[in-house]
Design a protein around this ligand. Structure first.
Ligand code: MV4
Length: 450
């Protein structure tokens, strides 16, 4: 196992990783920007190195600064967390060239899954069900249109370099296809410097179901069940739960097998996620793979009792997974609410600033992963997520009840937060009855703001 690692991230995920390391007797090096001198990760790590200015491009995304910090402190590995450099194959390669282990998959796997039309092709070849559409990328707008007419409108036009909702357009007919294809392609060219496009049949009112998988370099790949991430706003997840209340045991077993098949087909090593869309008829389709640990990993930890960061460190160090598929037993139900420093009454605008009163909920089955403390000043330069409130109970109804209790206890004053909005979501009758899809927040907007 490593004796010292550097964490190339900030906020609650940096703290989460430091905690796992401390329990494993691994020393930690934090990196921080000038805006994060007082941040919790900077204070909690064994060592901390300032790597630059508040602007993430000049600190948390500065690969040379981060690698210099790792070399100077003698860190053997770098954990990238999520966001920032976590799916940057160039960074993974640079780590390797410096003799430092990138805690993640190989650069080649990042590239193969980062290119969404290539990933589709790979999954088709592996026999994993994908949404009807182009085999990989489409050659031309004419070829795309012919295919769209073949599979039938509406279709979704997607950028290969996209993912997470960027560079995506729906087309309901031929005219829309031509217009939206051109706009989406131009957008992709500007945003990603890559205008490769692919198309899929548009799945109406789907649920977003993702399977947690993890693989080691000894040929073991297991899944740890699914998460339902359907409650989101503008492609930002808001509430996640595990397991999904939308799956029958039969579908769950089939999806789990396909998730493992997907990861195994690329000899995947690291924690990762296989994302599926589930349509109203219970038919599921692979859409994307994430080659990183994700924000919502704690709900999987709560229902499985498995520490995903520790397993991730083990496999990165070349060890075998400490558990097999037979050791993964799903127990109860977990829900995560993302607590953001933002103003729901002002279009969810970020609301940075000083916290002048803080009470964090606790009690049986309540977990808060956060990097804030009383009197902490949230800098304006980063993501607005300040905490994840996670609850675990024996079933979904009880978990909902526990989340209501915990949200009711949570006090953050001095800044605006989405705590009351989260309460309205959790308290919503349709949410409670599991009448959910990816358009839930839009569809229930007036009820949620009553
Ligand atoms: C889709 C889709 C419907 N049909 N693909 C959005 C994010 C990206 N990861 C994929 N996304 C979607 N792809 C087909 N063929 C609908 C969405 C989608 C969505 C997916 C998951 C969670 C929330 C969403 C919100 C809007 C659209």
């Amino acid at each position: 196992m490593f004796s010292k690692i550097l964490i190339a991230n900030r906020g609650e995920i940096a703290v989460r990783i430091i905690r796992a390391c401390r329990e494993m007797d691994i020393e930690t090096v934090a990196v921080y920007s000038t805006a994060d001198a007082e941040a919790l990760h900077t204070q909690l790590a064994d060592e901390a190195v300032c790597i630059g200015e508040a602007n993430p491009l000049k600190s948390y995304l500065d690969m040379k600064s981060i690698l210099s910090a790792a070399v100077l402190t003698g860190a053997e590995a770098i954990h990238p967390g999520f966001g920032f450099l976590s799916e940057n194959s160039k960074f993974a390669t640079m780590c390797e060239e410096c003799g430092i282990t990138f805690i993640g998959p190989t650069a080649d796997m990042i590239d193969r899954m980062g290119n969404k039309s290539e990933a589709r092709k790979t999954m088709i070849a592996a026999g994993v069900p994908v949404v009807p559409g182009s085999e990989g990328a489409i050659e031309s707008i004419e070829a795309g249109l012919a295919l769209a007419e073949d599979i039938g409108f509406p279709v979704m036009i997607k950028a290969s370099a996209g993912g997470g909702g960027r560079g995506m357009r729906i087309a309901h007919n031929k005219d829309e296809f031509i217009n939206n294809f051109n706009t989406a392609q131009a957008e992709a060219r500007t945003a990603f410097g890559d205008d490769t496009m692919y198309i899929e049949k548009y799945i109406e009112e789907p649920r977003h179901i993702e399977f947690q998988i993890i693989g080691d370099e000894h040929g073991h790949v297991i899944h740890l069940g699914e998460r339902d991430c359907s409650i989101q706003r503008r492609h930002q997840k808001v509430i996640e739960e595990a397991p999904s209340a939308a799956l029958t045991e039969e579908i769950r077993v089939a999806m789990g097998k396909d998730a493992v098949k997907a990861a195994r087909s690329i000899n995947y090593k690291n924690a990762g996620t296989i994302e599926f869309l589930l349509d109203k008829h219970g038919v599921y389709y692979f859409i994307e793979m994430n080659t990183r640990i994700q924000v919502e990993h704690p709900i999987t930890e709560m229902i499985t009792g498995i520490d995903l960061i520790k397993e991730q460190l083990r496999v990165a160090a070349g060890e075998e997974l400490s558990i097999g598929q037979e050791d993964v037993v799903i127990k109860g139900h977990a829900i995560e609410c993302r607590i953001n420093a933002e103003d729901p009454s002002n279009n969810f605008m970020p609301s940075p600033g000083k916290i002048d009163q803080l009470y964090i909920p606790g009690g049986f089955g309540v977990r808060v992963d956060s990097a804030v403390y009383n009197q902490y000043k949230i800098p304006p330069n980063y993501d607005s997520m300040i905490a994840k409130l996670i609850v675990h109970d024996t079933d979904r109804d009880k978990a909902i009840g526990k989340m209501k209790r915990a949200l009711g206890e949570f006090v953050v004053n001095g800044i605006k937060t989405n705590i009351d909005f989260q309460y309205a979501l959790i308290n919503n009758e349709k949410f409670q009855k599991n009448q959910i899809d990816t358009a839930f927040i839009e569809k229930n907007w007036s009820d949620l703001n009553a």
